[in-house]
Design a protein around this ligand. Sequence first.
Ligand code: APR
Length: 246
Amino acid sequence: MGYIEKTVAALKKSKYAIAFTGAGISAESGISPFRGENGIWNKYKEQLFEINYFTEHTQDSWSMLCDGFYEAMFKAKPNEAHTALASFEKEGLIKAIITQNIDDLHEKAGSKIIYSLHGNASKLRCIKDGSNYYVKFFDLKTAPRCKICNSMLKPDFVFFGEMLPEYDMHMSLKVSLKCDVMIVIGSTGTVYPAASIPYYAKRNNATIIEVNPTPSAFTNEITDIFIPMKAVEAMQNIRTLFYQQR
Ligand code: APR
């Protein structure tokens, strides 16, 4: 039985399947991953996403963020891997998505239960009073400021040096310790604490299915079914076979 057949069999047998996604699921939507060929870190230093650099070099940081990330994000549309997960959620097959991504593409694809470990770049947050705004209402050529207290607004994603959102981390742990199948799509599995989540699923004896054209840090450690494909092709194949066998 091939890896797609094994994956569909595991999903059909599952009582509580969840997904864990990384930047690779959005690569085919035109958003560069962080590592690997044309990765963001090949072009920009990680300081681009460092909170101290942002607060000390705000204007410079905003222009790099626009160039390196926001431009692609505003153009990006969910791809068939995002929409496959959303339709599996509608079927009651996928109970939740845990994502490291900040590109809002799972939301745009229609998924509802999403735990965003690294926040979401479609929003801005006031560093003083915490008020939240949608980034699309701002012209990012000048550093955006809070409409209430005029303090600096930051992208509502987790910069290096910031804590991960407590609720999303708590819920990610909770569903990972409950799931019997976790499908891991497009992550190097190298950035903690997010990368620890699939290990919790494994500890709960979940079947770990991994979709990635190249092996990751998870592959030889916890992966039970490795699908050496890009996200769109893999999810198209899984979705087609799943519905054929209905
Ligand atoms: N389909 C599936 N996987 C892909 C595809 C694709 N089309 N293209 C690339 N990949 C895989 C790569 O092989 C790699 O394993 O996606 C992964 C991308 O790796 P990273 O960019 O490191 O993504 P991720 O693991 O999500 O990074 C984690 O690092 O910089 C931080 O906060 C940032 O959330 C990010 C975190």
